[in-house]
Design a protein around this ligand. Structure first.
Ligand SMILES: [Zn+2]
Length: 210
């Protein structure tokens, strides 16, 4: 099990179970309820008495911190079953209560990080179901908390959509053509198209400006 290459800062927390007891199947997104840098968040998770941690944190500047290796279970969502299966991510807030706004830089990096976690762990799709049955979950599904706050919670369908678009490999509007030759004389193009047709391919000659 590897960690993300998107990480800018590492401060491993003592608050964890090592190794995790399950394979990674989910992502749980949290908010910090504060505008912590990745360094400040890492310092908080060094405190054993608090018994909290996350696998990753994202600052409002879009930098990524690693606090618990993906191979290990973070103490993040107040639910052992979820956290043994989930990569947990704490996102900083650049605005306070009641909305707990998140910066565009942090949101963009969150989508990058979720895509990377899915790719490396064989998660084919992020399914946001609006409850804990999906594989993109919220802290509030497991305990009485406002986390991840109204703003970030409202972005979950968008996050899943953006991640799934990338996992699918291309925008729906993209097509890929196969080209087997390019000629300055039309008869040479038609001769090659004839050979391809003879082999059963649906070839076409298309004139393109040089
Ligand atoms: Zn939380």
């Amino acid at each position: 099990m590897s960690d993300s290459a998107l990480v800018n800062y590492v401060q491993i927390s003592p608050c964890k179970n090592s190794p995790r007891k399950d394979t990674i199947k989910k992502i749980t997104v949290h908010h910090m309820a504060g505008n912590l840098s990745v360094e400040q968040c890492g310092a908080l998770f060094q405190n054993r008495a608090r018994q909290v941690s996350s696998n990753y944190g994202i600052g409002s500047d879009g930098r990524v911190g690693l606090y618990v290796n993906e191979a290990d279970r973070s103490w993040c969502s107040a639910n052992a079953e979820n956290d043994h299966q989930a990569v947990t991510i704490e996102v900083a807030n650049d605005g306070g209560a009641p909305d707990w706004h998140v910066s565009d830089a942090a949101l963009a990096k969150l989508i990058d990080l979720c895509t990377d976690i899915c790719r490396r762990n064989g998660i084919e799709r992020l399914n946001f179901s609006g409850d804990k049955s999906g594989n993109l979950t919220m802290h509030r599904y497991f305990t009485a908390t406002a986390c991840p706050g109204p703003y970030l919670a409202s972005k979950f369908p968008y996050i899943a959509e953006q991640v799934n678009k990338r996992l699918a490999g291309a925008d729906a509007g993209t097509i890929y053509r196969v080209q087997i030759g390019a000629f300055s004389k039309k008869e040479n193009a038609e001769a090659l198209a004839g050979k391809a047709k003879a082999k059963g391919f649906d070839a076409a000659v298309i004139a393109v400006k040089k």
